[in-house]
Each structure stands twice: as structure tokens, then as C-alpha cells.
Unconditional design. Structure first.
Length: 500
């Protein structure tokens, strides 16, 4: 099985002048020589270097204490998550799955071989506790594709010990810079090797030009959602906190963009992709809604005074929540491995590569985008007026849920238009976020009451007390009533930032 490690390190270019005495760094009591390690790593990628383009590295390495397969994801400058799997001849399936959203049906092939003679030192405190590992690597790189090419260089790495304070690296950095070492211009050995061994010096990829037309703005927003969707795929597979929610939001934003800006992108062409985005959002929603509901009920139960908890309610709630979460994650992994999902990603790529632009796409953005946002606002206004006219009850709950969907669509349209429309669009986005938060809390209460009725029915059939479920149900009713009471004023407070 693969495991994960957070790697915090800094790289430096070395001119061969040696290292300073690091015992002068605050906290370092000794520098312990760990000897020389011979490392041999082969880096894998697609022929068009999709992983390198996303700053991901996948390697098979022998030598050293962590021989095996390593997949690294960038988290922040100098911070990466490293996924490890045991040594094998082919890419392990658990590793291959984490890059599937980028690789698709392309083959992973050996791209670069790096051989390093690593001189390792441990920086320890007075108690002998490891603070950081410092290594000086003499690297030989060999490109394994095309005409090939090779390069040699020396670099210094300082990797923080697990659980260490990142501020310690600042103190080491100051010492190294004073001794003449410079931060590496490349974020990784692979990036350095690709640059040094390229047979043809490529122009740097600076991304698409700055948006100028309405079409440029819409495509820039759609591209950002595609990138977020693909980038969050591994996090969903790893079951990281909030990953499903964020991926679902990116999916909804992409779909809303295709629906809201039909005057810019031809809906006859984008319609099938929008339909598949709706499908994916639904699949992701099952997991997210269940996660939110289980957390809501667990928190509510924990807030009750002990005297109001009768019967095995905590155990029953845990038994209800845990299998659903496990089953949902397994289902989501299957969705992300499906041909349907990968075809959807290909469809998004195709739209961005050859967008079906209409005449309005070439116009100046302000008027075109504001008109689209106004159109979504009008639909929201009709939905809110209808919901607020209804008496409390199931019909109103459904109407408020529909209004929430339209408020989200208005929010995403305003987000997409913000770069062109400025402050008015930002204000509208903020207003819509406030409105959807209130409506979302109300909908969560509706779903919580439905779940509590189901749990109470099961408890009753088992001869258990249903008192606690009733208490929780009553509290959820009160929360829903409070949200509905607040809604008219919240609604009146929106719309002040309407673009145009």
C-alpha cells in the first residue's frame, strides 16, 4: 500500500566551495556525518510531459533508505506531499490512479534517469533529536527520450525533520546564503534535468494571454475550473478533508459557466459537456451531502446535555454514518476510474482548445458579461419571490432549495465576470455567497430532519427509546425556522452590487 509524507525542503545551487559550520545555527548542537548514498532514479511521464507540466514528479528509485516509487505533489513553495509505494517493475496501481486525471489513456514512459552521489548529514539538537537532514548531491542526468542529452551539477538540499518547525529552515537558509550558496532556480531535480538536457531550447510557457474580449474572460474562468477539477482528483482519491466538496464546486462552476454564458459559447456544442458535468456533480454530491449530514448530526448530539441522551444513540449514529462514508468513497473512486469521467475531461480539454465561440465572444466584455449576469439574477428573483410567498412546509422547502441553486449560478456568473466588471461583480458575488450560505443551512436542516426520522424508525423497531431523536428533530426545526425568519432581510440586502 502507498503511504504519504509531507516534505518540507529547500534546494541550493552549489559552486563546490563547501558548506559552512552549521553548529552556529541556533538550535543545532551537532552535525552528524551519515556517509555517502548512491541513488538511481528513473522519472516517468507521458510523451508530452503532462506530469512535468503540472509540477508533478513520478520516479522509481533504488538506493537509500526509501527505495521504491515516489509521486510528489506541490503543496506550497518548498512544500510537497510525497506518496510512496514499494519497489516493483511497473508503476503500482495505487500510484497510477493518482495521476489518471492527467495521464488519461497516455502511456507512462521513462523520461529521465538521475544518478546521485548523496553526502548526507544530520543536524541535531542537544538531545540528539533530528532537526533536519542536509545532503550534497552530485547529480548526473540522462534524458531517455528523443535525441537524449546529459548534464551534471551539484546541489544542496535541506529537508526538515518530520514535525519540525519550518522557521528552523529560515535560520539554516541565512547561514547557507552567507556562505555563498544560492536558492536553486529549479523547483526539483527533474525540472533542472529537463531544462539542462533538452535538445531544443523551448520558449517558456507563460500560459494564455490576458483576457481582452468577453470570450477570453469566460474561457479563462472555465479553464480555471478544469484545472481545479483535474488537480483535486488525487485529493478525492486520497480522501483528504474537503476535497470532494471543492471538486464538486469546481464542477458546478464549470457547468454554470457553460449555461450562463450561452451568448458567448454555443450551447449546441457545450450542451453534452454540461450534461456530463451535471452527472459528475451529482456523483460527488452524494458523498459531500452525506459527509455534511453525518458531521451535523454528530455535532448536534455531542452538544446535548447527558440527561437528554437516552438509549444507544451515539453507537447507532456512528453505525449509520461510517459504512455510508466508506461506501461512498469506494463509489467515488470507481467514478473517477470510469471511462465516462475521463471522456468528460477530454471533452473539457477539447472545448478549451477549440472553443465554439459565438459573435458576442469577440465583443468588449463589460456589456456582454453584465447582460448574462443580469439574466441569472432575474431568474433568482422570480424563484425567491415564489418561495417567500409560500407558507412554511414541504413545498416551501423545495422552493427554497431551487432558489439556492439559482443563487449559486448567479454567484458563479458574477465570479466569472469579476475580472471584467470589477467591484460591482465582487459585491454581487459576496451577496450571493451570503444568501446561499443561509439557504444551504436551511437545506441541511431539511435533510437532517429526514435522516432523524429514518433513524428514529429503526430505533423504534429495535425497541429503543426515540426520545433523543425527537429532541434533535425539534432543534433542527428551530434552526430552520430561524433561517426562514432571517431570509427576507438577507434577500433585501442583496443586489446592491448588480453589475451594469
Amino acid at each position: 500500500m502507498a503511504d504519504a509524507k509531507r516534505e518540507i525542503e529547500r534546494k541550493y545551487e552549489s559552486d563546490g566551495s563547501g558548506l559552512p559550520d552549521l553548529t552556529g545555527v541556533a538550535g543545532v548542537a551537532a552535525v552528524l556525518d551519515q556517509g555517502l548514498a548512491e541513488l538511481d532514479a528513473t522519472y516517468y511521464d507521458t510523451a508530452d510531459e503532462r506530469l512535468a507540466g503540472a509540477s508533478l514528479t513520478l520516479r522509481r528509485r533504488t538506493g537509500g533508505p526509501d527505495a521504491g516509487w515516489h509521486l510528489k505533489f506541490p503543496v506550497a513553495p518548498s512544500v510537497r506531499d510525497e506518496i510512496r509505494a514499494p519497489l516493483s517493475d511497473t508503476v503500482p496501481e495505487e500510484i497510477a490512479a493518482l495521476v489518471r486525471s492527467r495521464v488519461r489513456d497516455r502511456e507512462l514512459i521513462p523520461l529521465v534517469r538521475l544518478r546521485s552521489a548523496r553526502d548526507v548529514r544530520h543536524l541535531v539538537d542537544a538531545d540528539g533529536t533530528l532537526l533536519a537532514e542536509l545532503s550534497v548531491d552530485a547529480v548526473t542526468a540522462e534524458r531517455l527520450t528523443g535525441a537524449g542529452g546529459s548534464a551534471r551539477w551539484t546541489e544542496t538540499e535541506v529537508e526538515l525533520a518530520d514535525g519540525g518547525d519550518p522557521a528552523f529552515l529560515d535560520r539554516v537558509d541565512k547561514r547557507l546564503r552567507k556562505a555563498g550558496l544560492r536558492p536553486s532556480a529549479s523547483p526539483s531535480k527533474l525540472a533542472h534535468a529537463l531544462e539542462r538536457t533538452a535538445g531544443d531550447r523551448r520558449e517558456p510557457n507563460n500560459g494564455p494571454p490576458a483576457p481582452r474580449t468577453a470570450g477570453d474572460h469566460v474561457l479563462a474562468y472555465l479553464r480555471a475550473q478544469r484545472d481545479a477539477l483535474v488537480g483535486l482528483d488525487p485529493a478525492v482519491r486520497r480522501d483528504l478533508p474537503d476535497a470532494v466538496h471543492r471538486m464538486r464546486v469546481a464542477t458546478r462552476r464549470a457547468r454554470s459557466t457553460l449555461r450562463s454564458f450561452g451568448s458567448v459559447l454555443d450551447r449546441e456544442v457545450t450542451g453534452p459537456v454540461a450534461a456530463e458535468l451535471k452527472w459528475l456533480a451529482g456523483e460527488l454530491g452524494a458523498g459531500r451531502d452525506q459527509e455534511v449530514l453525518a458531521d451535523r448530526l454528530t455535532t448536534a448530539l455531542g452538544a446535548l446535555p447527558p440527561g437528554l441522551v437516552t438509549g444507544p444513540v451515539p453507537k447507532r449514529l456512528a453505525a449509520w454514518a461510517d459504512p455510508r462514508r466508506t461506501g461512498t468513497h469506494a463509489h467515488l473512486t470507481g467514478v473517477l476510474d470510469s471511462r465516462r469521467y475521463l471522456t468528460l475531461l477530454d471533452g473539457l480539454d477539447a472545448l478549451l482548445a477549440d472553443p465554439p465561440l459565438l459573435r458576442a465572444a469577440g465583443k468588449k466584455p463589460a456589456k456582454t458579461l453584465a447582460k448574462a449576469v443580469h439574466k441569472d439574477e432575474k431568474k433568482l428573483t422570480r424563484a425567491m419571490r415564489h418561495a417567500l410567498r409560500l407558507p412554511p412546509g414541504e413545498e416551501r422547502d423545495l422552493a427554497l432549495h431551487e432558489a439556492r441553486k439559482k443563487a449559486k449560478r448567479t454567484r458563479y456568473a458574477a465570479e466569472a465576470a469579476t475580472a471584467a466588471l470589477g467591484a460591482p461583480a465582487r459585491t454581487l458575488t459576496k451577496d450571493m455567497k451570503s444568501l446561499t450560505t443561509l439557504l444551504g443551512g436551511h437545506q441541511d436542516s431539511v435533510m437532517a430532519r429526514r435522516a432523524l426520522r429514518e433513524l428514529a424508525a429503526v430505533a423504534h423497531a429495535a425497541g429503543e427509546s426515540t426520545f433523543t431523536y425527537g429532541v434533535l428533530y425539534g432543534r433542527e426545526e428551530a434552526r430552520a425556522a430561524a433561517a426562514q425568519a432571517e431570509l427576507p432581510a438577507r434577500w433585501r440586502g442583496t443586489g446592491r452590487g448588480t453589475p451594469g
